[in-house]
Design a protein around this ligand. Structure first.
Ligand SMILES: Nc1ncnc2c1ncn2[C@@H]1O[C@H](COP(=O)(O)OP(=O)(O)OP(=O)(O)O)[C@@H](O)[C@H]1O
Length: 241
């Protein structure tokens, strides 16, 4: 792949107490690609992405972002992160939440106002800007969290199960926005256990029991295992482990 990787995970292992949750992960991710981390619940996907944003440290190995080792405060502005659990202030309106997150990223005034309008349009919540978050549905909260991650136009977006609880129609339109961002050169890392979503990624990393068992385009992974579906390919790689 052309150019320097935007993310480089090097020999990363992680244990929580006696439980080893990541085993010698090596992975490079490049600008402008949508990289999917696919694996069942508990496989270690969240632990990988939390390390990339400096919320977790590896027990062994290194995580590099933009040619700098994590954790680094300087990198906070370059990456946008959407966690699995929504980190929103329930008693505030969507607008107040976005103003708060925007201020954290150094956005203010007219620029902040413009960005809030733009991201709320992307997640189709423009009409609900002044509503209190406590009155949002689960799917609306997910979309608002996504809006917050998009606010400062980061070069790298790290999204932990971004479309859980979002209906298929909106999921499709959110993926269209992901492709728009990719076209602008943004790299996206998306964790998922949904197979049809995995198919939409440029490349996939399959994770099972803390190990990266395969990396490639959806097409490559299917071809190498003579599988018709990603699910089948996953089972073949998992079985061969
Ligand atoms: N802070 C922690 N302390 C102890 N164990 C943890 C901690 N965080 C994660 N784990 C364990 O690490 C393993 C991997 O968890 P992780 O959340 O990374 O999986 P995941 O693939 O993201 O799963 P899911 O799709 O359910 O979010 C699990 O067994 C989990 O219980």
């Amino acid at each position: 792949m052309a150019g320097d990787p935007i993310v480089s995970i090097r020999n990363v292992s992680k244990s929580f107490g006696k439980q080893q949750v990541l085993q010698n992960i090596n992975l490079d991710i490049y600008p402008g690609e949508i990289f999917g981390l696919l694996g069942p619940s508990g496989a270690g996907k969240t632990t990988v992405v939390r390390q990339l944003v400096g919320l977790e440290l590896p027990t062994e190995g290194e995580n590099w972002l933009f040619n700098e080792e994590m954790p680094s405060l300087k990198l906070v502005e370059k990456a946008g992160y959407m966690a699995q659990a929504d980190a929103l202030y329930q008693e505030l309106s969507a607008r107040d939440n976005l103003e708060f997150f925007g201020a954290l990223y150094g956005l203010k005034g007219k620029r902040l106002k413009e960005r809030i309008e733009a991201v709320m349009e992307i997640v189709q919540l423009s009409g609900d800007l002044n509503k209190l978050v406590t009155n949002y549905s689960g799917g609306m909260k997910r979309r608002l969290s996504l809006a917050a991650a998009l606010l400062h136009e980061p070069e790298l977006l790290i999204l932990d199960e971004p479309t859980v609880g979002i209906d298929p129609v909106l999921r499709k339109s959110i993926w269209e926005r992901f492709y728009d961002l990719k076209a602008q050169g943004t790299a996206l890392i998306v964790t998922t256990h949904v197979m049809d979503e995995a198919e939409k990624c440029d490349r996939l990393g399959m994770i099972r029991n803390g190990r990266l068992i395969a990396v490639g385009t959806p097409q490559e992974l299917k071809e190498h295992t003579s599988s018709d579906t990603i699910e089948q390919a996953f089972l073949v790689y998992g079985g061969a482990e």
